[in-house]
Design a protein around this ligand. Structure first.
Ligand SMILES: *Cc1c(COP(=O)(O)O)cnc(C)c1O
Length: 392
């Protein structure tokens, strides 16, 4: 006999999905209505406006793609990249590698600018790449590299693209809601995100926004977009500004209730307050980890407050620690990826999960598990150090 599935109540402090707000889970269970119902169309308009606020943009073409963050990435590439184009792709972690895959599958050439995992994208290297490839049509980079916990300078990178007459594609899957994302101020052209990191929402939706320059490029295409589902010209017929909406696909109605609720929460809190909260909880976590004797993997000036890469102490069994946290404390943290596999843990403090209780829970649980393993840590100091930040 197969029974209904009742998941345990975990604390999600990995690289995403992160804890979903109960308000958002509540919205998810409201009655499903038709995706062309006039009330749903009204909801779509509100989502668009709330997304414009989250992205800090006036871009008309701002909407949630009905699929996860990776589909947001793909939507930006397949619509803007044409066969034969040259695209400068920055890689300083996992996700830059996926951008390269996207470029090549569009029949274009990727000019790679590589930086060490754990370091930001090198602005000078990108400038050099533009000098060597003045015909580059697009610059693509990841603002917040979730695989390492590093923030790159999006404003400077977008400015370089504009200066060289190229469009920019920016991954803000982990940044949106957690740190400053200013699409219009940056002059970014195609920006995508996800719902399950700092938006406190369920996975499966990808907010995207396209500048006027990007829309012009899409309208000028001589080749059809290779993906029917992600072709923005078709999607615009459903999500577009006019009151007449044509069926393209069935929107994930309840997921969009959830997104609407989570974006409303972000607007109620205010972007700056949300960023401040992420920063504050990050500082408390880092103080606690430091007092325990654990070191961070990323230099302070590039650290993401929402994704904390911690160096695993010598002789500690990575897998054993993570499974003990999960089994005994219902606490999920992330493993290191690629070059950092087995060397780091990734502790997320994203969206709704970025709170004082989670910081304390994580420090307590980690200390208990590490002490039992005989790891070289200082016990009994982490909570005071975190509390000093919270009360300070
Ligand atoms: C999580 C993530 C993605 C992919 O999002 P999915 O929803 O898993 O498809 C892309 N880029 C970055 C930086 C991410 O953190």
């Amino acid at each position: 006999m197969t029974n209904s599935f009742y998941p345990p109540r975990r604390t999600l402090m990995g690289p995403g999905p992160s804890d979903v707000s109960p308000r958002v889970l509540g919205a998810l269970s409201r009655p499903t209505i038709g995706h062309l119902d006039p009330l749903f169309v009204q909801l779509m308009d509100e989502i668009k406006e709330l997304l414009q606020y989250a992205f800090q943009t006036d871009n008309e073409l701002t909407l949630p793609v009905s699929a996860p963050g990776s589909a947001g990435m793909e939507a930006c590439f397949v619509n803007l990249v044409s066969p034969g184009d040259k695209v400068i792709v920055c890689q300083n972690g996992v996700f830059g590698g996926r951008m390269k895959e996207n470029v090549e599958r569009c029949g274009a050439t990727a000019v790679m600018v590589e930086d060490n995992w754990g370091e930001p994208v090198g602005i000078d290297k990108v400038a050099t790449a533009f000098e060597q490839h003045p015909d580059a049509a697009i610059l693509a980079f990841v603002h917040a590299e979730t695989s390492t916990g590093v923030r790159s300078d999006a404003a400077a990178l977008c400015a370089l693209a504009t200066e060289h007459n190229a469009l920019s594609i920016v991954d803000t899957v982990t940044s949106l809601g957690g740190i400053e994302v200013k699409v219009d101020d940056w002059g970014a052209d195609a920006v995508y995100s996800g719902t399950q990191k700092c938006l406190s929402c369920v996975p499966g939706i990808a907010p995207v926004t396209f500048s006027e320059r990007a829309v012009a490029r899409i309208n000028d295409r001589s080749h059809k977009v290779q993906s029917w589902f992600l072709d923005m010209q078709l999607v615009m017929g459903y999500w577009g500004g006019s009151s007449k909406r044509a069926y393209h696909h069935t929107a994930p109605v309840n997921d969009l209730y959830a997104l609407h609720e989570s974006l409303l929460m972000l607007q109620e809190e205010g972007l700056e307050a949300a960023h401040r909260r992420h920063r504050h909880n990050h500082q408390a976590l880092v103080a606690g980890l430091g007092a325990m004797g654990l070191a961070m993997a990323v230099a302070p000036e590039y650290r993401l407050p929402q994704l904390n890469s911690v160096l695993i102490p010598e002789g500690v069994d990575d897998g054993l620690v993570r499974s003990a946290l999960l089994q005994e404390f219902d606490l999920e943290i992330g493993a290191g990826l690629g070059a950092l596999a087995g060397k780091t843990w990734r502790i997320g403090l994203m969206g709704y999960a970025s709170n004082e209780r989670n910081v304390i829970t994580c420090l307590n649980a980690l200390e208990a598990v590490l002490a039992r393993q005989g790891a070289p840590i200082t016990t009994g100091a982490a909570l005071d150090a975190a509390q000093a930040v919270f009360r300070g």
